[in-house]
Design a protein around this ligand. Structure first.
Ligand code: ATP
Ligand code: MG
Length: 249
């Protein structure tokens, strides 16, 4: 697989017994792009991301990763190139220690012990958790658990990194560290976020979702300056005046 692009062709999806929440999504992301997926709560961002590694499969249409159509039969192959960090990333830590969580993927790929160990060390180091190998997940802070979840995906050395709200609940320092990790990732990054500052800094391109459709695909800076009502709701352009501070008495 030399071209790790992501392609959606007329993808529709409904949760069981529910209305359609992806209503004909078409998109193409080429290898090495950093793309933000923006949109209001409930617009379908997480649902879209879960299609990329086949956790959800389209009701109609097709998702392809590289040259591989995402189907039940190709899940194993697809997941070797796509690393997905969930919106609720705590769900990804289920082993007794962080080290074992981060080793889980590489071990599952059948890599030799020395290589697994090398990858665990490198992944933990890159998210600022060097030395945390033996700590159980519950003993980490929320931000540290997010970092550990990201490490558990980086240790697979994915060609495509998909992250759902990665900066939620992070303090400024942890958020900065996350941005630096992602900026240094030379392969494809697709991230769903409400953190428009992060999107502007990391992603030259943004997709905007509204009610299950991609309604804009444009340079992020262009959207930030747009007066379009959907973009304005995302970038909160109404609040451009400084927040007033009561005078001291
Ligand atoms: N497991 C589920 N079962 C049924 N409906 C769901 C499920 N998950 C999401 N939905 C519905 O699908 C729609 C899209 O939800 P989704 O989680 O993809 O939105 P989102 O853009 O990620 O929102 P947020 O910004 O709040 O994370 C919503 O209407 C939601 O209620
Ligand atoms: Mg979501």
């Amino acid at each position: 697989m030399s071209h790790h692009y992501i392609r959606f062709s007329d993808v529709h999806y409904s949760y069981p017994h529910g209305p359609e929440v992806l209503c004909g999504v078409d998109l193409l992301i080429t290898h090495g792009e950093h793309v933000a997926l923006l949109g209001l709560n409930g617009s379908g961002k997480s649902t879209l991301l879960l299609q990329i590694n086949g956790l959800l499969l389209p009701s109609r249409g097709e998702v392809t990763v590289g040259d591989i159509p995402v189907t039940k039969k190709t899940l194993r192959l697809v997941r070797q190139s796509v690393g997905l960090v969930f919106q609720n990333s705590d769900d990804m830590l289920f082993m007794p220690t962080i080290g074992e969580d981060v080793a889980f993927g590489p071990r599952n790929m059948g890599l030799p012990d020395a290589e697994v160990e090398r990858r665990v060390g490198a992944a933990l180091e890159s998210v600022g958790l060097a030395g945390f190998e033996d700590r159980p997940a519950f003993s980490l802070s929320g931000g540290q658990r997010r970092a550990a979840a990201i490490a558990s995906v980086l240790s697979m050395e994915p060609d495509i990194l998909v992250l759902d709200e990665p900066s939620a609940n992070l303090d400024a320092r942890a958020r900065r560290q996350l941005i630096d990790i992602l900026a240094g990732f030379s392969h494809t990054v697709l991230l769903a976020t409400h953190d428009t500052g992060m999107a502007l800094e990391l992603c030259p391109r943004a997709l905007v979702m509204d009610a299950g459709r991609i309604v804009a695909d444009a340079p992020t800076a262009f959207l930030a300056a747009s007066t379009d009502s959907v973009a304005a709701g995302i970038f909160d352009t109404a609040r451009t005046a400084p927040i007033p501070v009561p005078a001291a008495n």
